[in-house]
Design a protein around this ligand. Structure first.
Ligand code: HEM
Ligand code: NAG
Ligand code: NAG
Ligand code: NAG
Ligand code: NAG
Ligand code: NAG
Ligand code: NAG
Length: 329
């Protein structure tokens, strides 16, 4: 029975979620859980101070959750023996534990104050908003009132998330299929102004490819040499990683775009947006004007956070973020 129900649910959520408008609002929990925001900000602050990589990890988790069927905490669900969930899709294997831990901590604290009221998806969205500001980025206007998904399926990830080795056409088409245009795409990828990438994500650029060429496409030679040193052992030590923004790795600023203009793009897809004729003018704009980047980023993030949101019937307030409420083991 179960194996029949799940595809059915997927079909339902596909056909209706875009038709019914969700009622998101900025004061959604003011009456039902007045302590929500304050509790969230307090835990986010403590966690970010204790583990400074939390901001980048959470921002990436947010993006991966929202790109696959809207922000619905489907990424937080743990796999079961019967079903491999989104977070264990190959592309999610490197999602950082600190971000999952943060959401669990907030959920636990909020459940003590107001049980069964605040969704996990709202917690992830709210935490991302606070962390971006905390590391120097813009204020993002977020609304609340999302429900958590009733499905999380590994097979739904592929095709919704870009990979560094895709062509720019392919990457653009993935964003467009999610309702995001080229301008919004370039602004959103500015998120790579914080955080890091594992060597395997760019090893192809610095080691194997173009063996006859001294440097990978567009990469600053000194930077390439440093990366080769850093990643020398990456096949043995899979944890080896490099900062996405080599100059101001922990600060949310427009350095990412300045880097691209000088050959300091880490991923192939990063560097490529400085060359493509559709994206280059936006890279130039955001490199020259941080205010323009911040405005565009905040607006695009707001849009991402509100697309395809689950309403009453298609979701629930999960009691545990990693399990559906009807989970029976
Ligand atoms: C062209 C589209 C994109 C591609 C190909 C891409 C790919 C990647 C890859 C391969 C990593 C490294 C993961 C790892 O090694 O653990 C990464 C990291 C990251 N990505 Fe993206 N990404 C894209 C767009 C975005 C967007 C739109 C956001 C957010 C709005 C984002 C946020 C992040 C963050 C914050 C990190 C650092 C994570 C950390 O330090 O834990 N990315 N991305
Ligand atoms: C949104 O709110 C209106 C008015 O409160 C209500 O009639 C409607 O059913 C709500 N829609 C959803 C999807 O919850
Ligand atoms: C891109 O990378 C993925 C894994 O990271 C690999 O499976 C795929 O074959 C690569 N595609 C191309 C065109 O290199
Ligand atoms: C590298 O250069 C050698 C000698 O010039 C040539 O035979 C070979 O085909 C080149 N390989 C690539 C991948 O361009
Ligand atoms: C790589 O491994 C070798 C031998 O185990 C070690 O001497 C060297 O310091 C390592 N390099 C890096 C960058 O970790
Ligand atoms: C930078 O962008 C902002 C926001 O779009 C704009 O108001 C401002 O005039 C721009 N500054 C310059 C120097 O172009
Ligand atoms: C954060 C998280 O859930 N990571 C998981 C990604 O996938 C690997 C392999 O299945 C798991 O071991 C991680 O726990």
């Amino acid at each position: 029975m179960k194996s029949f129900m799940l595809p059915l649910l997927i079909l339902l959520s596909l056909s209706f979620s875009s038709l019914i408008e969700a009622n998101l609002s900025s004061d959604y929990y003011t009456k039902t859980c007045p302590e929500f925001e304050q509790t969230l900000v307090q835990i986010v602050t403590e966690k970010q101070i204790a583990a400074p990589t939390t901001a980048a990890g959470t921002l990436r988790l947010f993006f991966h959750d929202c790109m696959v069927d809207g922000c619905d905490a489907s990424i937080l669900v743990a796999s079961t023996p019967r079903k491999t969930s989104e977070r264990d899709a190959d592309i999610n294997r490197s999602l950082p534990g600190d971000a999952f831990d943060l959401i669990t901590r907030i959920k636990t604290a909020v459940e003590l104050k107001c049980p069964n009221v605040v969704s996990c998806s709202d917690i992830l969205v709210g935490a991302t908003r606070s962390l971006v500001t905390m590391v120097g980025g813009p204020r993002i206007n977020v609304k609340f009132g999302r429900k958590d998904s009733l499905v999380s399926d590994m097979d739904r990830v592929e095709g919704h998330l870009a990979r560094p080795n895709m062509t720019m056409d392919h990457i653009v088409s993935i964003f467009e299929s999610t309702g995001l245009n080229v301008q919004e795409m370039v602004a959103l990828v500015g998120a790579h102004t914080i955080g890091f990438s594992h060597c395997k994500e760019f090893a192809n650029r610095i080691f194997n490819k173009n063996k006859n060429q001294s440097e990978p496409e567009g990469m600053n030679p000194k930077y390439a040499a440093e990366l080769r040193k850093l990643c020398a052992n990456y096949t043995r030590d899979e944890e080896m990683s490099a900062f996405n923004d080599v100059f101001t790795p922990g600060k949310f600023d427009n350095m990412y775009y300045k880097n691209l203009k000088h050959g300091y793009g880490l991923l192939e897809s990063d560097q490529a947006i400085a060359f493509d004729s559709r994206t280059r003018p936006l890279v130039d704009l955001y490199a020259a004007n941080e205010t323009a980047f911040f405005e565009a980023f905040a607006k695009a993030m707001e849009k991402v956070s509100e697309q395809k949101v689950k309403t009453e019937k298609l979701g629930e307030i999960r009691r545990r973020c990693d399990q559906y409420n009807d989970y029976k083991g």
